[in-house]
Write a protein that binds this ligand. Structure first.
Ligand SMILES: C[S@@+](CC[C@H](N)C(=O)[O-])C[C@H]1O[C@@H](n2cnc3c(N)ncnc32)[C@H](O)[C@@H]1O
Length: 221
């Protein structure tokens, strides 16, 4: 993927003292650098765990719930937004969650540099930024180059789970994932998704606007 294309919104330099304090105090314990050599992902956890990546964890409420629900899975949460990283750090520290690591930075850089091929048990991204204007579609996370990158990092049998409330983005997600020869689409729909997830903040906003939610689940062949 063209690294000059950002998939996230540039945000103003508003002071975020609470988040910055959480990052200073807790990121050394729970954080993983977005840049550097390839990692042995399983050994980021003690005991070593199979690893799932979630990109765009927002304020982290769903991430913490899913981590608490699956203590036998190591979750790597990736988010650029400083207040969201601060909130998730506080959640995992307060709840003594030992199976979460946080990357405060760009997921594309992390996937490219630090995640070995075939190393992930799963990848999820819920309600990635929709970039509704046509001229911004190139910023969408679930695009051919990124899906190719994600697919290369998934182990055989690993899952890819994405959701959106934007119908044209859902169509793009389906066609891009179906076009990848290494992936098999198992589920597309608004109900009875085979993989559990809690309702997210952006999903709640989408529902309030009358949007239809679409979940897509695929597996690495
Ligand atoms: C629309 S929000 C959704 C948040 C949450 N998943 C939810 O459903 O409430 C998308 C999030 O993805 C993050 N994001 C977008 N591109 C990213 C990237 N390349 N690396 C890390 N985070 C990214 C944004 O900062 C934003 O917080």
């Amino acid at each position: 993927m063209d690294r000059s294309v950002r998939t996230y919104h540039a945000r103003g330099g508003r002071s975020q003292p609470r988040a910055k304090r959480a990052i200073t105090e807790l990121l050394p314990q729970y954080g993983v650098e977005p840049s550097g050599p390839k990692l042995d992902l399983a050994h980021l956890f003690n005991p070593p765990l199979p690893v799932v990546i979630e990109v765009g964890t927002g304020m982290g409420e769903v991430t913490a719930l899913m981590a608490a629900e699956s203590p036998d899975v190591g979750l790597i949460a990736i988010e650029v937004h400083t207040p969201g990283v601060g909130r998730l750090l506080r959640r995992i520290d307060n709840q003594n969650l030992t199976n979460v690591r946080i990357v405060h930075g760009d997921a594309i850089q992390f996937l490219n540099e630090r995640v070995p091929e075939g190393s992930l048990s799963g990848f999820r991204s819920f309600f990635p930024d929709p970039w509704p204007k046509k001229k911004h579609h190139k910023r969408r996370l679930i695009s051919p180059p990124l899906v190719q990158l994600i697919a290369s990092r998934l182990a055989t049998g690993a899952f890819l789970h994405v959701a959106t409330d934007w119908s044209d983005y859902a169509e793009q997600m389906i066609s891009v994932i179906e076009a990848d020869p290494s992936l098999h689409v198992e589920f597309v729909g608004s109900q009875d998704c085979p993989l559990w997830r809690p309702q997210t903040r952006f999903e709640t906003k989408g529902i309030a606007k009358g949007h239809t939610i679409v979940d897509i689940v695929a597996y690495k062949k």
